[in-house]
Design a protein around this ligand. Sequence first.
Ligand code: NAD
Length: 351
Amino acid sequence: MTNPIPSDKALVPFVSVDHMMKLVHHIGIEPMLIGLADYIEADFKRWELFDKTPRVASHSDVGVIELMPTSDGEAYGFKYVNGHPKNTKEGLQTVTAFGLLADVDTGYPVLLTEMTILTALRTAATSAMVAKHLAPKSADTMAMIGNGAQSEFQSLAMKALCGLKTVRLWDSDPKATEKAARNLEGLGLNVVPCASAEDSMEGAQIITTCTADKQYATILTDNMVGEGVHINAIGGDCPGKTELAPAILHRSDIFVEYPEQTRIEGEIQQLDNDHPVTEFWQVLTGKAKGRTDDRQITLFDSVGFAIEDFSALRFVRDHIQKAQAYVDLDLLADPDDPRDLFGMVQRAKPD
Ligand code: NAD
């Protein structure tokens, strides 16, 4: 693996939250979303060569902690991520994350980075990359249901990649909608706060559901979804946590990241295990069809897969040097004689 950062192999570039924000502003948020989408699309196109496994999840009554590993044979990456819908009431975030990229040849880490912001960016970039291929070509209006931490990123990615012009906001907490509307002001979108979920869907060709609740919720009922729309379902991403009425799934052509993980965590956990779904990477490589007619409902049953984080880690590794957005971290023991770890410890003994 070529590492663009020339540093002592024992020092690991570390990207803090401050560095990540510096990187976002150095590149620009929309160019960064486009860049991330390019990296993710490139990795989806070489899907078959990755090591893949459903993420390793540790559930509790209040949330989940997950590890998401993958490798393309040259680099290995993983993300630590949690999901705790109750957290916002305690002044904490629902989702936090950090991640690591390593060189398969030596096993040495080459990047350690915050991934809370990066997850929001990569999830939005993935949503928009998929919508670019599946949403109606004329789509310019999106209903954004759930106006929490992910929502502005989702809206801007749809603007940058799909030409979205109008976003119609709805959240059961009006404060969340106010916050999202305020944050999106002046960023080139026509922002419309709405009075209900039904209202938000008026004239929308893309419907994004991004709510957080640890239950089988029904954010969309069957009668709310008309023909020809693209649904980008983000929030149902855990066993027992879904957003769509099952009848919608039966009317939709369903596209997923990695079926083995989505059948456990996605909207399709509500369906029989043999219900047909399309792996989205196959649309990109021409092995499967995407949208085939104007009346079709396409559904991206997004749960977030390790390859998207791997792509995001590669993107960060490739861009932090120019932005000077990292510090070297003394993370790996580096004795002069590799076998003299004990001697190194002894020599560090205070007098
Ligand atoms: P958040 O807690 O910041 O925001 C969630 C919002 O949903 C809140 O504003 C809440 O008021 C709203 N909400 C809850 N129930 C609602 C309902 N019935 N109707 C309307 N609004 C409702 O969470 P977040 O960080 O924005 O994440 C949202 C969801 O997306 C979470 O479930 C998270 O696990 C999931 N997520 C998925 C991916 C992915 O790759 N698919 C990535 C990141 C987050």
